[in-house]
Ligand binder design. Structure first.
Ligand code: GDP
Ligand code: ADP
Length: 365
């Protein structure tokens, strides 16, 4: 057995995660906790701002604190992915800030306001969007007052912006996940669930190989499409063969042999919690969605067929099967010649384009 994913060539790194929500909703509180607990997985995109640092904030860690002139010059120079005016100050995400996180192969977390969300949607960053909302305006105001960081004027501006934000965030499709931060523990649990569910499953599958799981988590969170297989079988020989050919470097690198060993020793029943399976399958889109309209940017593959080792292949046999099942072309795969042809192609050519071509041609049959 093996687990693998492969990113589409156009993806620069793991898929980022955007956090937005009214000032005082609890974004920083939740983000700091998340990043602290998973520092090998998530990295914070340090924005630029013209506002003054608050006590305890650090230049370069919380924000890059700059003058309006310097920031405007950098914006004019094309150094920013997005920027916005909020409560009388400029804020912006520089290209360098995101690149710095992605260069470490971490999932980049952005904390931006609603204007930022709208502007990011016009870029090709393709993040997951999470909205953190307060339980009510009254509670938001109390938290902002208790935080004791704002003047009355700044507080009023934030409360005004919060009303607009809370309305806009209800727009369908604006966010992938909305978390109401009432009880902090519950909100954090929900956040973890949204981000880490694939990871939990992977951990369950992979056992205690933390380093591998971490890599898998990154892969899992950043890919939009996951494929599950039908029939587990305890074959891991083919995977190690692929490994020996040095094809396992993509996500798991040197940890793969260890992971494969662990996985081989796991019992085969009881490894697919149904709710997680449903969650993953939902990423494939509705069954009648044509292949070309699916957001097939990557796969998490369980190689259970013994048909060539999923490691290193963009599309293993089971993935093709899964994709085609959703397209009702399953009968195709009952054709032994086609099976043989696809296995041969996958075995000899680690070439995703060719696989896509084969799938496309045959799925139209
Ligand atoms: N568009 C955009 N908004 C940002 C950026 N950095 C921070 N913000 C937003 O600016 C707003 C004010 O942030 P801040 O002054 O730290 O106050 P706080 O949210 O009350 O802690 C928040 O809604 C942040 O999400 C950025 O780079 N771009
Ligand atoms: N669930 C919660 N219950 C009570 N207080 C909270 C909760 N979440 C955050 N806070 C507090 O509310 C204030 C605003 O949170 P913060 O993380 O600074 O919000 P944001 O980053 O969205 O502006 C902080 O003082 C924080 O300690």
């Amino acid at each position: 057995m093996a687990l693998t994913t492969k990113a589409q060539a156009t993806m620069a790194g793991p898929r980022p995660v955007v956090f937005s929500g009214p000032s005082g909703a609890g974004k920083s509180t939740l983000l700091k906790k998340l990043i602290k607990e998973h520092e090998n997985v998530f990295g914070f995109s340090v924005s630029h701002t013209t506002r003054n640092p608050r006590p305890g904030e650090e230049n370069g860690r919380d924000y890059h604190y700059v003058t309006r002139e310097a920031m405007q010059a950098a914006i004019n120079n094309g150094e920013f992915i997005e920027n916005a005016e909020f409560s009388g100050n400029l804020y912006g995400t520089s290209k360098a800030a995101v690149q710095a996180v992605q260069a470490k192969n971490l999932i980049c977390i952005l904390d931006i306001d609603m204007q930022g969300v709208k502007n990011i949607k016009k870029t090709n960053l393709n993040p997951m969007y999470i909205s953190i909302q307060p339980p009510s305006m009254e509670i938001l105001e109390k938290r902002l007052r208790d935080r004791n960081t704002e003047s009355e004027e700044s507080l009023q501006k934030r409360l005004h912006a919060a009303k607009v934000d809370m309305e806009l965030s209800k727009e369908p499709g604006m966010f992938d996940v909305v978390i109401v931060n009432d009880n902090l523990e519950d909100a954090y649990k929900n956040l973890q669930q949204a981000l880490l569910e694939p990871f939990e499953f992977a951990k369950h599958l992979m056992g205690p190989s933390a380093a591998f799981s971490t890599k898998l988590l990154r892969a899992a969170v950043s890919k939009q499409t996951f494929c599950l297989t039908e029939q587990p079988s305890p074959s891991s020989g083919s995977s190690s063969a692929s490994l020996r050919r040095g094809r396992g470097e993509n996500i798991a690198g040197k940890m793969l042999p260890e992971a494969a060993k662990e996985a081989a020793s796991l019992p085969w029943n009881n490894i697919r919690p149904p709710h997680i399976e449903k969650h993953w399958l939902s990423h494939l889109g509705p069954p009648d969605l044509p292949l070309k309209d699916r957001n097939l940017t990557g796969f998490l593959i369980r190689d259970v067929t013994g048909a060539g080792g999923a490691i290193g292949f963009t599309f293993s046999w089971d993935v093709i099967l899964q994709v085609c099942q959703t397209q009702n072309t399953i009968s195709l795969f009952q054709n032994h010649w086609f099976r043989l042809l696809s296995i041969l192609i996958l075995w000899f050519k680690d070439n995703s384009l060719l696989s896509i071509l084969v799938i496309s041609i045959f799925s139209k049959c």
